[in-house]
Design a protein around this ligand. Structure first.
Ligand code: S3P
Length: 425
């Protein structure tokens, strides 16, 4: 069980593990590319290991050489019918994106996941994929995994997505690689665009026009893929350093894709001092060092328009908002209810145990400022980001914060505790 307690400051230079979203896509897209791909910086978190296991099940040779992962891509039509059920574990990205790829395959696949994933909505991908011509069935009238998929003979669609979700957009774009015609996805607020960038970098015909993403059937070619550090993992350290005056922390080699940097904007608006150095681009993704200096923070309003750019960072933002001066309001974040757990309810329940004055809203929460955080035993709900947000709460608390079920942190950040020890003074 992870236990954290009061920190004086965060100081030093660290790196964080590879980006989860990009690691998934690196394995998936190189599996359906022609030729070898060499992936460096791959995140060996449980979610991405689930993606590797699924693609091995589909007949792709994937070798873990320590420093790099070698994927022997077999082209768009090189996957084979798996002998057994594929297991996406805890990973929504694995299940939803693979469903797009499997919709292009004429063979039969069954995909399942753990107890959490089997509760998460799949109609959001099943509906458009069916419209394209894929056969997808599941429990609860096709909304819940296990999913049964037999694809083939796809037709392009022009789809206005009811949710701003990169998993939905990506599932449709990946199916679009196999469809006749031009597939178009539109969303109200642009979600993370790693799929588009990587497809382009591997030779795919992808275009963005007036916010709509368009893809045409195209062959992909394997290449070297560098996975940057995950800004969503860096966020836990960024938030803690920003909120503890006197902190001075550098996180090196972090992905700075503009569809992911909402956390930087929010921390700056709250009053933190953040600078970005050593910027370069690789595989269409911007990478750089994030330098944070802790200041007295103030509460702010976070609304719908920015939510997709910081969706996974809301638990830790809520936590440090409790230490800021003045109220913080988060709205337009109902998507949090269908993550690994209901992250609104989970955060409100556990923050209250730490003595924080917080109110649950139907689409977010309201956090009063300047709380005296007390020690307590809290739950992770099996959700890695809840567990890590709680650990950060402990850095501000008068007593120990004990996080039950903290082993789930290995889903996205296996060496979180060691990194924390490295920089907490
Ligand atoms: C992800 C998209 C987001 C995010 C998740 C990873 C991705 O989910 O919360 O952690 O890799 O595409 P949604 O697409 O459901 O918003």
């Amino acid at each position: 069980m992870l236990i954290t307690n009061k920190a004086q400051k965060l100081e030093g230079e660290i790196t964080v593990p590879g980006d989860k979203s990009i690691s998934h896509r690196a394995v998936m897209l190189s599996s359906i590319s022609k030729g070898k791909s060499i992936v460096t910086g791959f995140l060996r978190g449980e979610d991405c290991l689930s993606t590797i296991a699924c693609f091995r099940g589909l007949g792709i040779e994937i070798e873990d050489k320590g420093k790099e992962i070698i994927v022997e891509g077999k082209g768009l039509y090189g996957l084979r019918e798996p002998e057994d059920i594929l297991d996406a574990g805890n990973s929504g990205t694995t299940m939803r994106l693979i469903s797009g790829i499997l919709s292009g395959q004429e063979f039969l696949t069954v995909v399942t996941g753990d107890g959490s994933l089997r509760k998460r909505p799949m109609a959001r991908i099943a509906k458009p994929l069916r419209e394209m011509g894929s056969f997808i069935e599941g429990r609860n009238h096709g909304n819940l995994a296990p999913l049964v998929i037999r694809g083939g003979n796809l037709k392009a669609i022009d789809y206005q997505s009811p949710v701003s979700s990169a998993q939905v957009k990506s599932a449709i774009l990946l199916a679009g690689l196999y469809a006749e015609g031009e597939t178009i996805v539109r969303e109200e607020v642009t979600s993370r665009d790693h799929t588009e960038r990587m497809l382009k970098s591997l030779g795919g015909k992808v275009f963005v026009e007036d916010g709509a993403v368009k893809v045409k059937s195209s062959e992909l070619y394997g290449e070297a893929i560098q996975v940057p550090g995950d800004i969503s993992s860096a966020a836990f350290f960024m938030a803690a350093a920003a909120a503890i005056e006197g902190s001075d922390l550098v996180i090196e080699g972090v992905g700075l894709n503009p569809t992911r940097t909402g956390i930087i904007d929010v921390l700056k608006e709250m009053g933190a001092e953040i600078e970005i150095d050593n910027i370069y681009t690789s595989g269409g993704e911007e990478i750089g060092d994030i330098h944070i200096k802790g200041k007295k923070l103030k509460g702010i309003k976070i609304t719908k328009q920015i939510i997709p750019r910081l969706i996974d960072e809301i638990p830790v933002i809520a936590m440090i908002a409790a230490t800021a001066e003045g109220k913080t309001t988060i709205t337009g974040a109902e998507e949090l209810k269908v993550k690994e757990t209901n992250r609104i309810t989970a955060m409100v329940m556990e923050m209250k145990k730490l003595g924080i004055r917080v109110t649950e809203l139907s689409d977010g929460m309201e956090i009063e400022g300047l709380n005296t955080i007390k020690g307590a035993t809290v739950e992770s709900y099996g959700d890695h980001r809840i567990a890590m947000a709680m650990a950060i709460g402990g850095l501000f608390s008068e007593g120990d914060v004990k996080i039950q079920g903290s082993e789930c942190i290995a889903i996205s950040f296996p060496d979180f505790e060691e990194k924390l020890k490295e920089v907490v003074k």
